[in-house]
Design a protein around this ligand. Structure first.
Ligand code: NAP
Length: 291
């Protein structure tokens, strides 16, 4: 049987429609949601991500401010801009596109963003709040995965979930969100001894390892839900060489999984959608005077 496709594009369109309505309502109350995006250096992938985020903001009625700095920018200049944006009531979210050039201390930059405007959810206080089960801005990619599971009617409570990857932006917060939702979670990484032994017993398998097509059908339990966070290119020699692919061998795994996200069109669009959602939520808080 072929797996049900969990369509991130369709879910994003639905959620962004709702966010546009909320943004219009906030604008009518005199609080149009605003996101400030800081881009430092000449990383071409970062420039594309920032362009996509700015375009997505405009489509739902979030006004965006973009600040671009050269590769050799002084950290003090960027820190001063963050301090200014922290105090700007028209700005409800601040995002610093990573990675930053080597002269920057990324952790210090992320900590400089006001917790209430940390719509990426990377500030240590938001991470701490997430781990304690308190309200927080959740990192956008794992938050988007939780929405895919929710709207896909995938039972999480009591499920055996396996997360491959332990990065701060995907794997670790993903494990925390699944734990919070009642799953029994195993986190695997490059030092895991027998990866397949873990993946084969997962009811929910979230793959965020950054290795093209690493997960084959023999590693997946029949009927499992497979969420592919990976964004890679098909390798040289493959019929689709150079085109976008995930960490999961989609064509093979869809024949055994119960539900699966495609790449592209799965987790990717949901990441930006959750950034928009966090920004609108921050503006709604400001409208209630809750900052
Ligand atoms: P990362 O920081 O490189 O982390 C990769 C994780 O995978 C690490 O924890 C690593 O283990 C683990 N890993 C690598 N090779 C492995 C192996 N052979 N077996 C088991 N575990 C292995 O990457 P990331 O930032 O979390 O991103 C992961 C993937 O998701 C990338 O493809 C990235 O492009 C994609 N991504 C997509 C979105 C989206 O919106 N769709 C957003 C963010 C990231 P160690 O910790 O032991 O090194």
């Amino acid at each position: 049987m072929t797996a049900r496709i969990l369509d991130g594009n369709a879910l994003s369109a639905t959620l962004r429609g709702e966010l546009a309505a909320q943004a219009a309502e906030l604008a009518a109350r005199g609080v149009p949601p605003g996101l400030a995006v800081i881009l430092v250096g000449d990383n071409s992938a970062s420039a594309v991500y920032v362009r996509n985020k700015v375009a997505a903001c405009e489509k739902v009625g979030i006004h965006s401010l973009k600040f671009a700095y050269p590769q050799d920018a002084a950290p003090e200049t960027v820190m001063a801009k963050i301090a200014e944006l922290n105090g700007d009531p028209k700005v409800h979210g601040i995002l610093v596109q990573l990675p930053l050039p080597p002269q920057f201390d990324e952790k210090a930059v992320l900590e400089a963003i006001s917790v209430g405007k940390d719509v990426d959810g990377f500030h240590a206080e938001n991470v701490g709040r997430l781990s304690q089960g308190q309200p927080a801005y959740f990192p956008c990619t794992p938050h988007g995965v939780m929405k895919i599971l929710e709207y896909g009617d995938i039972p999480v409570t009591g499920a055996d979930a396996v997360v491959i990857g332990r990065s701060n932006i995907v794997g670790k917060p993903m494990a925390m969100l699944l734990t919070q939702a009642g799953a029994t979670v195993t986190v695997c990484h490059s030092r895991t001894r027998d990866l397949a032994a873990h993946t084969r017993r997962a009811d929910i398998l979230v793959v965020a390892m950054g290795r093209a097509l690493a997960i084959g059908a023999d590693m997946v339990k029949p009927g499992a839900t497979v969420i592919d966070v990976g964004m890679n290119r098909f390798p040289e020699g493959h019929a689709r060489a150079g085109k976008l692919c995930g960490d999961v061998d989609f064509e093979a795994v869809k024949e055994i999984a119960g539900a699966i996200t495609p790449v592209p069109g799965g987790v990717g669009p949901m990441t930006i959608t959750m950034l928009l959602a966090n920004t609108v939520e921050s503006a709604a808080r400001a409208a209630e005077g809750e900052r």
